[in-house]
Design a protein around this ligand. Structure first.
Ligand SMILES: *Cc1c(COP(=O)(O)O)cnc(C)c1O
Length: 469
């Protein structure tokens, strides 16, 4: 086959860029972006010519008029922000893929101020000399946890890695087999242990570990006792685990510190709000843990961060480790964390923190919001579609409170013309983006994770998805 004639029809890059069809784009977008788009399109076409049979190529046009709009759309896509806000209608509060915790307005404002200005990040204003970035949250964390001191790093995985390396490198760490968990991604306790160069000494069995299992494993090489809160799953039935209090006593008697990785940093007593009791940070410290680590963006409701609270002698050692510099928290997260912790001081108003407001939302107000949304959708949508408010359950997500089923209300949508998966896809690629919960026979919009001011946006995307597909 003679492919040459097809290649010859293709314009050159310069010719393409000079085309009147591209003149507006060249003005609007950076030249490099349009150039790259033109190269991409021409390369794709050349590749198609080399691959396709002649009968498929005949009739295809390689004219400027055909090619230019493709270049424009690629250039357009290239300059659009890629990381964008989405509306979370899944009801999963700490949806890891959707960025976990929403920050409070106060925290976002603090981020803005610190982002566009210089700050006293590492500057002691009273002494006029170098300070520490940990200073800005230490006092707050001491109040909230009851611990002697505190430090913060990039995330909780980093906190665990750093603490293990600083306190137990080349020495043994005793942990129950039932706590050798995987959090997701590549965070597995045995893998983190290996990274830290601490030696894993597992004791007990998957379902039962007794105090004597720990006691028997202790030797001169033991550097640390470790308890990991199995935050994303539960062993139920014939089980036994050792309380922090008992384990701390064993450690104290042998002068071996006890570290507890709590995963989700719960600061308030959830059982007061008719939720399953999760050990709070303060309870864990009070029970005798020497080092406690937890996340900033799980139930604490702040930014991604890893928080370490505990005894000064250990935290000093942790901060002196060279790895601490590599894992340090950045100033924007620190600003958001400080603001969030200030909100957390108000025990009577946990709802000042959006994650907790979503977690503690009352059924009555959820039902009301679902009814408002359902009515607005019914009014807007003329086509054959069934919309109803249904009672459902939301999940906490983020590997926290895995068994909690939070009663909620959803708007259920069934269309006669569009399949459930197609409708969800259109909403996901709509503007603004709406991520819904998909069941076999319907699309659910769980209002627990929606803000009132987002409801008109949800109506827009849903109606666009149904009417214009
Ligand atoms: C989530 C979790 C981690 C990891 O925390 P990140 O802040 O996501 O790095 C570590 N340990 C436990 C028990 C967890 O639940």
């Amino acid at each position: 086959m003679n492919r040459e004639k097809f290649y010859r029809q293709l314009p050159g890059v310069d010719e393409l860029l000079r085309a009147p069809e591209l003149a507006a784009s060249i003005k609007k977008y950076p030249r490099t972006v349009v150039l790259e788009a033109a190269r991409t399109v021409l390369a794709d076409l050349r590749e198609a010519i080399s691959r396709l049979d002649e009968d498929k190529l005949v009739g295809r046009e390689f004219s400027l008029k055909k090619i230019a709009p493709v270049v424009v759309s690629i250039a357009e896509a290239a300059v659009k922000p890629d990381l964008v806000p989405v509306i979370n209608a899944t009801g999963v509060i700490l949806h890891t893929n959707l960025g976990r915790a929403n920050l409070a307005k106060e925290a976002a404002q603090a981020v803005f101020e610190i982002a566009v200005n210089y700050s006293n990040l590492e500057y002691d204003l009273e002494q006029g000399e170098r300070g520490s970035r940990h200073d800005h949250v230490r006092a707050l964390l001491k109040i909230l946890s009851g611990a002697e001191t505190a430090a913060v790093v990039n995330n909780n995985a980093a906190a665990v890695l750093l603490a293990l390396k600083a306190l137990a490198r080349s020495r043994e760490v005793i942990i129950s087999r039932g706590e050798l968990i995987e959090i997701g991604g590549s965070f597995r306790i045995p893998a983190i242990m290996e990274e830290s160069q601490a030696i894993l000494r597992e004791v007990g069995t998957t379902n039962k570990t007794h105090l004597q299992d720990y006691q028997q494993a202790i030797n001169e090489e033991t550097a640390l006792l470790l308890k990991v809160h199995t935050s994303n799953y539960r062993v139920v039935g014939f089980t036994a685990e050792v309380e922090i209090k008992e384990l701390a006593e064993v450690g104290r008697a042998k002068n071996i510190p006890l570290m507890v990785d709590l995963g989700s940093g719960v600061l308030i007593d959830l059982s007061k709000h008719r939720l399953a009791a999760e050990p709070t940070v303060a309870e864990t410290v009070a029970a005798g843990a020497d080092i406690v680590t937890f996340s900033g963006d799980k139930l604490l409701g702040g930014p991604q961060a890893g928080i370490i609270v505990g005894k000064k002698e250990y935290i000093d050692k942790i901060l002196k480790d060279p790895l601490a510099r590599a894992l340090r928290i950045d100033k924007l997260s620190l600003a958001a964390l400080e603001a969030t912790l200030r909100l957390a001081l108000d025990e009577d108003r946990p709802d000042k923190i959006p994650v907790l407001a979503m977690l503690l939302a009352q059924e009555k107000s959820l039902k009301q919001r679902a009814e408002v949304l359902s009515e607005a959708l019914s009014k807007k949508l003329s086509k054959k579609i069934t919309i109803e408010v249904v009672k459902e359950f939301s999940k906490v997500g983020g590997g926290a409170l895995p068994l909690a089923k939070l009663p909620t209300y959803c708007v259920a949508i069934v269309s006669d013309d569009i399949s459930v998966s197609e409708l969800a896809t259109r909403m996901r690629t709509g503007s603004p983006v709406v991520i819904a919960r998909v069941q076999a026979d319907r699309v659910l919009l769980d209002v627990r994770t929606l803000k009132d001011e987002q409801l008109p946006d949800v109506v827009k995307t849903v109606s666009d998805s149904i009417e214009n597909g």
